[in-house]
Design a protein around this ligand. Structure first.
Ligand code: IPM
Ligand code: MG
Length: 355
């Protein structure tokens, strides 16, 4: 039995999650055993419970095997106290469930090569997996805050810190993934300036001894940002800390030109995972049936692959999407002359039919 927690969230979250649930319903109707429990997260949760990650949602998520999330955030929450903002709901659930390994694929479907702002020859065939550490680094390090310093001047401060065990476990995840792909891993750091990441590099080199088949390289984050634009196809798997991974994964997603196509998985040590599209809540198009549900549906494929070991089911979902793209169906974010523009729910119809 697969116990799936469903967190629609804010903005376009409910619309795209509805389409992803239709794909799961196909599998359920065919006999896969699964249950769905819905709970609020982010602004939606703040409205209902006064907290972005309320106890009810904590309970539902802790009891689930996998969590399907839409997106969180919206302008109406921007003035809330920091601990009550939707983003804190996301950080809270990551920490609570120990979701330390964030997998963010950036791959380009041949049909969409024109969607990228880069030249087609630079991005055609692009297939990168970014492995971002998700529960450590300057995002969670203590102490943090704002204060008046000894000289009487106000300052803000955060702490960049990684424990050896944290680096080891994310390195293992990255090497394991590299073994299943092109056997190339690039570890991204800023070891020329930051001790935390010099330490990171040292540990990654040590873990590499267990993976003699994987070709390991190292790159400073500033150079990596440049290389991703210059020649992105040099990369297979990239592994990096929380803040660098946040930035580089947004950059990598735009290489494909369509952030509406990219899924993500955040896993803990027991393969429990949170699955969500890489894009945000897009408040400007919320409720208009315009959003692209593909990233969320691809997140369901990742759920089948990583939490439930159903590789064949994952591939089937991915193939259904390829088929629909090949047939020319496009939501407005990826629409171009000569293709058929469809709404969010119509894209869902097509993918369900192609299943
Ligand atoms: C992401 C987002 C989050 C992050 C925010 C919303 C807290 O940018 O998932 O990449 O920084 O991790
Ligand atoms: Mg981000």
């Amino acid at each position: 039995m697969m116990k799936i927690a469903v967190l629609p969230g804010d903005g376009i979250g409910p619309e795209i999650v509805t389409q992803a649930l239709r794909v799961l319903a196909v599998l359920k109707n065919e006999g896969m055993e699964m249950t769905f429990t819905e709970a609020p997260l982010g602004g939606q949760a703040y409205d209902q419970y006064g907290h972005p990650y309320p106890e009810f949602t904590q309970k539902v998520c802790r009891e689930a095997d996998a969590v399907l999330l839409g997106a969180v955030g919206g302008p109406q929450y921007d003035n809330l106290d920091r601990p009550l903002r939707p983003e804190r709901g996301l950080l809270g659930i990551r920490k609570d469930l120990g979701l330390f390994a964030n997998l963010r694929p950036a791959n380009l479907y041949p049909e969409l090569a024109n969607a990228s702002t880069l030249k087609p020859e630079v991005v055609a065939g692009l297939d990168i997996m970014i492995v971002r550490e998700l529960t450590g680094d300057v995002y969670f390090g203590q102490p943090r805050g704002m204060r008046v310093n000894d000289e009487g001047e106000r300052e803000g401060f955060n702490t960049m810190v990684y424990k050896e065990s944290e680096v080891r476990r994310i390195a293992h995840v990255a090497f394991d993934i590299a073994m299943k792909r092109g056997k190339k891993l690039c570890s991204v750091d800023k070891a020329n300036v930051l001790e935390t990441t010099e330490f990171w590099k040292e540990i990654v080199i040590d873990v590499a001894k267990e993976y003699p088949e994987v070709e390991l390289s190292h790159m400073y984050v500033d150079n990596a940002a440049m290389q991703l634009i210059r020649n992105p196809k040099q990369f297979d798997v990239m592994v990096t800390g929380n803040i660098f991974g946040d930035i580089l994964s947004d950059e990598a997603s735009m290489l494909t030109g369509s952030i509406g196509m990219l899924a993500s998985a955040s896993l803990n040590e027991t393969k429990k995972g949170l699955y969500e599209p890489s894009h945000g809540s897009a408040p400007d198009i919320a409720g208009k049936n315009l959003a692209n549900p593909i990233a969320t549906i691809l997140s369901v494929a990742m759920m089948m692959r990583y939490s439930f070991d159903h590789e064949a089911v994952a591939t089937r979902i991915e193939n259904a999407i390829k088929k629909v793209l090949a047939a020319g169906y496009r939501t407005s974010d990826i629409f171009e002359e000569g293709t058929k523009k469809v709404s969010c729910s119509e894209m869902g119809d097509q993918i369900v039919a192609a299943m």
